[in-house]
Write a protein that binds this ligand. Structure first.
Ligand code: ZN
Length: 254
């Protein structure tokens, strides 16, 4: 059992026991930060601190799940980078392609823990039998979070060993392994044309059903053709694809 993260400790200190109680504006207020919404042209969100008080401003044109994530991201800067002001562009918030020590990723990790705390997420995830996008969508409706942020949590806490992989039409952008998936499973840079995911990225499908494919469609490691994995893919708002791979073979996880 892992310990509680700073965001989870904060939620517990506030007595939060269900997803619908995670009111980010109220949590911000409690932390000394006032949240405002305005049209921002040069960034998606920003925080300006004065001593123990701060003002967080979020672009009012963002969709609700994104606004929540942006407020939580700025609270991450307030927690870990107090004394500095941050102007966060669209590509700074929720960008998995950055390194883990990058202040933007530190703020993202805090946001993920605040909006999708393990102690509330894990019990819901364990009730689902499979790590699918249908399960992700059911859970994210409770937490009011994006599909990507919720799917990342599903990889951490879901019912099956899984990996989440994001592609642009040109190449793989990032991936995340669940904790039971060994490092030797490193996904290919490009999508295999035989994979159902290809139809989402380059064809007309918005989503594929979960289906069993040869693991060599995803991994070019020797011996990958001996195994099968479940894959399911959805199109992202930016025209890329997001794939959940689920590992069925115990041998792959050894
Ligand atoms: Zn930021």
């Amino acid at each position: 059992m892992r310990g509680l993260t700073p965001a989870e400790k904060l939620l517990q200190s506030l007595g939060i026991t269900s997803p619908n109680e995670i009111d980010v504006e109220a949590i911000a207020w409690d932390a000394g930060a006032e949240v405002r919404f305005a049209e921002l042209d040069s960034c998606e969100a920003r925080i300006i601190g004065y001593g123990d008080r701060a003002i967080i401003t979020v672009d009012q044109r963002s969709i609700p799940t994104r606004k929540r994530f942006s407020v939580a991201h700025e609270l991450g800067h307030w927690k870990f980078h107090r004394g500095r002001s941050f102007v966060c562009r669209k590509e700074d918030i929720g960008n998995q392609a950055r390194g883990p020590a990058d202040p933007e990723r530190v703020a993202d990790a805090y946001a993920a823990d605040l909006l999708l705390p393990g102690y509330l997420f894990a019990p819901l995830a364990s009730k689902t039998k499979r790590a699918t996008f249908e399960a992700v969508d059911n859970i994210r409706a409770e937490f009011q979070t994006s599909r990507t942020a919720t799917a990342l949590r599903m990889v951490d806490y879901g019912p099956e060993p899984a990996m989440l992989i994001c592609h642009s039409p040109q190449r793989r952008i990032w991936f995340k392994r669940g904790r039971y998936v060994p490092d030797r499973w490193f996904p290919r840079d490009e999508l295999d044309a035989e994979s159902p995911a290809f139809e989402v990225l380059h064809g007309r499908a918005d989503r594929t059903p979960r289906s069993l494919v040869g693991a060599d469609a995803w991994f070019d490691r020797r011996g990958a053709d001996q195994f099968e994995v479940f894959e399911q893919t959805v199109r992202t708002a930016s025209g890329g694809s997001l794939t959940l791979l689920t590992f069925k073979s115990a041998e792959m996880l050894d």
